[in-house]
Design a protein around this ligand. Structure first.
Ligand SMILES: Cc1ncc(COP(=O)(O)O)c(C=O)c1O
Length: 407
C-alpha cells in the first residue's frame, strides 16, 4: 500500500484551500454600477480615478496611474524616467521575464545580477559591481512581496546618479521600514493580473511622488494626450494602455477587503514559518524585522538531500498530490530563456548569478498565497505535507526514478 498521494496513497488534505480570485456581493454591486452608468471607459467615469487615489495613499505615494498590465506600468514608468536607448538597467536574475522585457521595450539593455541567498531579492553588493558608465537605472524586484533592501540601493543610486524603478508587481501593502514600497525610488509598478493578491483579472498601476513623471505616465497611457488640452491634441508618443471602469470598480471592492486578507496571510505565514523551524532541509526566505511582506508567495529554500535526493519537480508534484498549492517557480533566470540566451531576440548582459540559478534549478519551492487564507491548521498542512514526504522519502525516491526514466 502506497503512503504518498503521488504514489496512490491517501492525500494529506481532503479539502481545498480557499479559491482565488475571490469576489463577493461588493464586486457584483460595483460591476452593476458601471454597467448601468454607461461610463465603461476611464475616459468618462470616475471608478479608476477613485481607485488610483486610494491605492496611491495605501502605498504612501502622491500619485497613482492605472494601466492595463503590470508590464505596461513598468514600460511607461521607464519612458517617463527617460531611460536612454542603449543604456543599461540592472535587475535581479531571479524574477519574472516581464521585469526584463520591460527594459528591452524601451530600447535599454537589462543587466542581470545575483540575488541575496536569504531573500532572493537583488544583492546590493552584486548590484554595485555591475554599475558602469552605461548604467542608467536600477530595478529592484520585491520578489514574492518581500521588499528588496532599499536603503543601500537608494544610496548607490544617489551616488551614481541612477534612476530607481521598483518592480512591485507582487508587493501590494509591503513596507520597508515604515514606508510602503513603490515610491521609495522614482516610481514603482504593481500588477493586478488574475493570480495576484489584489486583482481585476488584468491591470497595473504606476505610483510615484514625482508630479512630472505622473503627468507623463498619464499621457503615455492615454495615446500621448496632452492632459489638460483638447481631446485630439497628442504631445507624446503614447498608446492606449487605459484600464476600464469595470476593472477600476472591481479593484475598489478588492482594496476594501485587502488589509484584512493581508493580516490573515501575515499571521498564517508566521505560524507556518515557526513550524518549519523543526523541519530539516526547509528554510523559508528570511523576512528582516524592518520589512512587511505582502505574501504573494510563501517561498522555501529546500535541500533535496533531506528528501531522499529527489528532483525539485518530483518534490513539488508530491506536494501538489497531497493537496498543497506548490509550484517549482521560475525554471531559469531570464538570461537563460530563449528570448535572451546567446543574443536571442533581445540583447542582455549578466553577471555570475549562482544563487539565482540554484534557486531555479534545485532550491526554491513556492506555495501560492491561498494556502495562507484559511485557518492556522490549513497553513500548518504545508509543513505537515513536507514532513510526510520526508518520512516516506524512500517512496519518493522511487517516484523520482520513475519520472526521470519516463521523461
Ligand atoms: C515580478 C513581476 N514583474 C512584472 C510582472 C508583470 O505584470 P503583468 O502580468 O500584470 O503584466 C509580473 C507578473 O506576474 C511579475 O510577477
Amino acid at each position: 500500500m502506497a503512503d504518498l498521494a503521488l504514489a496512490g496513497g491517501k492525500p494529506l488534505r481532503s479539502t481545498s484551500y480557499p479559491s482565488w480570485p475571490q469576489a463577493g456581493p461588493e464586486e457584483l454591486t460595483a460591476l452593476e454600477r458601471v454597467l448601468r452608468s454607461g461610463n465603461w471607459s476611464s475616459s468618462y467615469g470616475s471608478e479608476v480615478r477613485t481607485f488610483e487615489e486610494s491605492f496611491a495613499k495605501y502605498q504612501h505615494a502622491r500619485q497613482g496611474i492605472c494601466v492595463n498590465s503590470g508590464e505596461a506600468a513598468l514600460i511607461l514608468a521607464f519612458k517617463a524616467l527617460q531611460i536612454p536607448p542603449g543604456s543599461e538597467v540592472i535587475i535581479p536574475a531571479y524574477t519574472f521575464v516581464a521585469s526584463a522585457t520591460a527594459v528591452v521595450q524601451v530600447g535599454a539593455i537589462p543587466v542581470f545580477v545575483d540575488v541575496d541567498p536569504d531573500t532572493y531579492c537583488i544583492s546590493p553588493r552584486a548590484l554595485e559591481e555591475a554599475i558602469r558608465p552605461q548604467t542608467a537605472a536600477i530595478m529592484p524586484v520585491h520578489f514574492a512581496g518581500l521588499p528588496a533592501d532599499m536603503a543601500p540601493i537608494m544610496e548607490l543610486a544617489q551616488h551614481h546618479g541612477l534612476k530607481v524603478l521598483e518592480d512591485a508587481a507582487q508587493a501590494w501593502g509591503a513596507r520597508y521600514g515604515d514606508r510602503a514600497v513603490g515610491a521609495i525610488g522614482d516610481a514603482g509598478g504593481f500588477s493586478f493580473q488574475a493570480s495576484k493578491n489584489l486583482t481585476a483579472g488584468e491591470g497595473g498601476i504606476i505610483v510615484t511622488d514625482d508630479a512630472e513623471v505622473a503627468t507623463t505616465c498619464r499621457s503615455l497611457a492615454d495615446c500621448g494626450r496632452a492632459v489638460t488640452a483638447q481631446r485630439y491634441s497628442h504631445a507624446l508618443l503614447g498608446g492606449n494602455h487605459r484600464m476600464t471602469e469595470f476593472q477600476g470598480a472591481i479593484l475598489r471592492a478588492q482594496l476594501d477587503r485587502y488589509p484584512g486578507q493581508l493580516e490573515l496571510r501575515t499571521r498564517n505565514a508566521a505560524v507556518l514559518t515557526a513550524e518549519l523551524k523543526g523541519l530539516p532541509g526547509v528554510v523559508p526566505l528570511e523576512l528582516p524585522v524592518d520589512r512587511k511582506h505582502s505574501w504573494h508567495l510563501f517561498v522555501m529554500r529546500v535541500d533535496p538531500r533531506e528528501f531522499g535526493g529527489v528532483s525539485k519537480s518530483t518534490l513539488v508534484k508530491a506536494l501538489v498530490a497531497e493537496g498543497i498549492p506548490a509550484a517549482v517557480g521560475y525554471s531559469s533566470p531570464p538570461y537563460q530563456q530563449p528570448v535572451f540566451k546567446d543574443g536571442g531576440v533581445a540583447e542582455s548582459r549578466h553577471m555570475a548569478c549562482p544563487v539565482a540559478e540554484q534557486a531555479c534549478q534545485t532550491e526554491a519551492i513556492w506555495v501560492r498565497h491561498p494556502a495562507l487564507l484559511g485557518s492556522e491548521e490549513d497553513s500548518l498542512d504545508v509543513a505537515r505535507a513536507l514532513a510526510k514526504l520526508q518520512a516516506y522519502n524512500h517512496e519518493l525516491s522511487t517516484l523520482d526514478q520513475t519520472s526521470t526514466s519516463e521523461s
